[in-house]
Write a protein that binds this ligand. Sequence first.
Ligand code: NAD
Length: 489
Amino acid sequence: MNTTASAPAAKAGETELGRFGHWIGGREVAPHSGAYFTSTSPADRRVVAEIADGDSEDVAAAVAAAEAARRDWARSTTAERAAHLKALDAIVREHVDEFAAIEQAECGKLPFHSRMETLATAEYFDYYGGVVRTFHGGTIDQGPDQHTYTRHEPYGVVVIITPWNGALNQGARAIAPALAAGNTIVLKPSEFTSASTLLFARLATEAGLPDGVFNVVTGTGVGVGAPLVSHPAVRKISFTGSVTTGAAISKLAAERAVPVTLELGGKSPLVVFSDSDLDGAARAAAATVLINSGQVCSATTRLLVERDAQEDLLRRIADLLADKQPGRDFGPIITEPQYEKVLGFLESAEKEGAVAVTGGKPFTEGPGAAGYYIPPTVYSDCTPDMRVVREEVFGPVLVTLPFDTVEEAVELANDTPYGLSAAVWAGDGALGLAVAERIDAGQISVNGGLVSQETPFGGYKMSGYGREKGADAIYEHTQVKTVSLRLPN
Ligand code: NAD
């Protein structure tokens, strides 16, 4: 584990990033229990921060603050909320280096990557600051003696629970539309990467966001996440994380009829036809295992390649991955248990007969062995029933399966319980689109097609439900009220 509850090691403020309390009602609040856990860097196991170890008392205080703020925030005009969101965009940009440094320390992210993610974080506030000004209900024509209209009203207190791999970025994806829609928020970040969200909360208050509109309680899933989900004043939950946790949260939420948005895991296909731009496809495959070391929910980690291009494509991918260095070209796995889990996948892949084209063995010396690094790994000779082919590894592991026909490509692409994303590379763009139409996934890129804040994101099948990003995501955080008036004759 890279967090240790109540570790006595560091005195307040002694760590690199310092000691962080919760952020409740516009101020920093010490944990009710007095306990802090330490957060350590997966790059070299050094302690980097002390984080408040929350409990249900802290949860109650944060929800009370959000509840107290919700009516005024809901009554603010869309122009007023837009101004706040634009201010949040500005503070994230202004402090980009600070945010990037925190996520480098807590997650071991590469500098260019943490900067890029922070700027994308700012974009969410800019985007929904614009979207909210076009946000309105409608009127319904029921004849001249009726006036009927709809309003999209906020739920009230929204809980956002985030994973570690995008930390603030993934938080912003839900925070921005939820605030834009007029909700107040209690956010629980991952216990492995809390500091960037806490810095954001402080800066948001300094930038004029009213007290109680955005609160952060840190701690574990059991200590903070579960009591938050069960709190009677919470009216909507937005969860990003694993299928197991998402299912547990959904069950609890169902008891109180609380709506949930679930952004869960994936095992997404990368389908490559032999007449496609093989260099482009190879770069996409290499990026899948290099970016965040494959710890990306939408990573396309199942390479499905037309048989006659398999050898050529694998050689190009191996060339791109040759000489990649830990800490310079790719980051570490987030925690020791996750690192062990990925090693377990390497062992099972070898045992089941997969052949490592590159990688496949842990580092035994040098900087790679100082942290939780796994070499980018590509397997050939895989079969659809192998564990490494079926399960989400959440690490730098790409598996390869050949296909002979379009039909077989589509069948293999859909042979998974997940459906988060997919990529298709085809010389014939129309064939690429036809295949994309038949893949059961929420987000599909053809020949390197782009995704951005404007493009809806979310899962089919076990990858979840509800959508984030895109203009319509604001409606995920609202409920419709219909009002009808009989007009006097
Ligand atoms: P996780 O499910 O272990 O944890 C996610 C969050 O849930 C953390 O904040 C954790 O503390 C909290 N939590 C754990 N148990 C809880 C409980 N009982 N009640 C309430 N909260 C609880 O996931 P992780 O390891 O942090 O993230 C990796 C997973 O997230 C992968 O499966 C990945 O694919 C997925 N993910 C999905 C998306 C997406 O947008 N679809 C994005 C990023 C990550």
